[in-house]
Design a protein around this ligand. Structure first.
Ligand SMILES: *Cc1c(COP(=O)(O)O)cnc(C)c1O
Length: 462
């Protein structure tokens, strides 16, 4: 064994203790570190022949890289839709690395069994029936990709061709209809060989991002062949929801594949006040839910549910002598794009076991209350204007006068030490959005963000 490896093995408990202390210090400082630190980019260094062991690596990381890391896990990182990691999720993730399981096969079954137990809990959480099977993937983009890959196989079934065997050319032109699809849907269609141009936008209801069901029905009536419909349950600008029951009803009449992108919107199911928004989710043919957002597990984690695991296995089957036959309940290696994968489910297992439904309901409700409060604060700041009502957990706002992308970027940069928001465009207007999905965010964070916003607006002279 290399002497540095041998030395680290010899003092492993002490080194892990130092690493733990390091993590504790980082987390203790989350509230005070700049949310997005302003620092010049580091020039990459050469690898060099000798390392110096874990202690040296830890010291260099602490000096060079750690000060540049954002407070992405902290309470005022409102950019994109970003969760943190609950204490139990973090513990689960540490143990995932410690145990280093490849959880994809019944030849070494415990990891895959733990994933299945966790899938069952998630299904309950989102109100899905046992008709949905699920698999862990790395994020909602991958979940949408897997869902649409199953849809592609279903189109083949309808047209009497085998896409997994003969390729996507056998399908001919495919149409994927959606109201306000997330950008990852076009990416998925590109990856799947269906093409970004397959995505056909259907008008939304007036002043909304939810699809106009009557307009969708007109498109379906004109379609010459089976289609895929991507329903949106929680759009990123205004957190609007398609009427899933109405879409399922259309599906029963027109026969399309109904995929629901519920990346973070699925969490509405946890609160009685908002569960109605995702009523009908169970009727979908495939469902995407992100976990590294509102479940607050570390990256990278999402889940993919479907009613047709048989089609899923046709797409992702990994035939190899050492893996054995598929059987009625195929191993996970046959169900996702990855073959080997980490025991990703363990962080979700820990947080669900530790806090239960009620604990996660409280996170969702506190985030919604925080977004509402920030929305009200924005309304009260002269120079700012809310662009849409705060439906759930996103505040979409802009400058009251001259809302150019440049001025908004300057505003966001001015704010970035205290709070992080990301740019968007809504209803043709450049805007900023603040998304609440971190378990740490409190009323005090909302007040601090509102004060920083008012100050940044004043500084901008808006
Ligand atoms: C975040 C998000 C995605 C993509 O998720 P990743 O985890 O970044 O891959 C897809 N759809 C919606 C609605 C999202 O909010």
């Amino acid at each position: 064994m290399h002497p540095e490896l041998a030395a680290d093995l010899h003092q492993l408990p002490a080194l892990l203790e130092e690493t733990r202390q390091h993590a504790v210090t980082f987390l203790d400082g989350l509230d005070e570190r700049p949310v997005i630190p302003q620092a010049d980019p580091l020039a990459p260094t050469a690898l060099g022949e000798n390392g110096g062991g874990l202690r040296a690596a830890l010291a260099e990381f602490a000096e060079r890289w750690q000060p540049r890391l954002s407070a992405g896990a902290g309470p005022r990182y409102f950019g994109f839709v970003t969760g943190g990691a609950t204490p139990a999720a973090l513990a689960g993730d540490w143990l995932t690395a410690a145990a280093d399981q490849n959880s994809n096969s019944s030849l070494d079954p415990a990891g895959q069994q733990l994933e299945r137990e966790t899938i069952g809990w998630l299904r309950d959480l989102f109100g899905l029936s046992a008709a949905h099977s699920g698999t862990f993937v790395s994020g909602a983009t991958m979940s949408n990709t897997v869902g649409l890959a199953i849809a592609r196989e279903w189109l083949g079934e309808r047209l009497g061709v085998d896409v997994a065997e003969d390729g996507v050319g056998a399908l001919g032109r495919v149409r994927v209809l959606s109201g306000s699809a997330h950008s990852s849907v076009a990416k998925a269609l590109s990856v799947l060989g269906l093409g970004r141009a397959a995505l056909t936008a259907v008008p939304a209801l007036p002043g909304r991002e939810a699809v106009d069901v009557a307009a969708l029905e007109r498109s379906l009536a004109e379609a010459d062949g089976p289609c895929v419909v991507v329903a949106n349950a929680g759009t990123v600008n205004t957190v609007d929801f398609d009427d899933l029951r109405a879409l399922a009803d259309l599906r029963d009449r027109y026969g399309f594949w109904l995929h629901v992108d519920a990346a973070f919107g699925a969490f509405a199911a946890l609160t009685p006040a908002h569960a109605e928004l995702v009523a009908g989710l169970d009727l979908a043919d495939s469902v995407c839910v992100d976990l590294h957002k509102w479940l607050n597990v570390p990256y990278d984690s999402a889940v993919q549910f479907t009613r047709r695991p048989d089609l899923q296995a046709r797409v992702f089957r990994n035939a190899a002598a050492y893996l054995g036959p598929l059987g009625e309940h195929p191993d996970l290696v046959h169900l996702t794009p990855e073959n080997s994968h980490r025991l990703r489910a363990l962080a979700a297992w820990f947080t669900l076991r530790a806090y239960g439904r009620a604990g996660h309901q409280e996170i969702v409700e506190r985030c919604v209350a925080g977004a509402r409060a920030l929305g009200e604060a924005v309304t009260g700041i002269e120079g700012l204007r809310l662009l849409a009502p705060v439906r759930l957990n996103v505040v979409c706002f802009t400058l009251a006068t001259d809302p150019t992308a440049e001025r908004l970027a300057a505003l966001a940069a001015e704010l970035a030490g205290e709070a992080f928001v990301t740019p968007t465009r809504y209803a043709g207007v450049p805007a900023l959005r603040a998304a609440f999905s971190n378990w740490r965010t409190t009323e005090a964070d909302v007040r601090r963000t509102a004060a920083a916003l008012a100050q940044a607006v004043e500084k901008l002279g808006a």
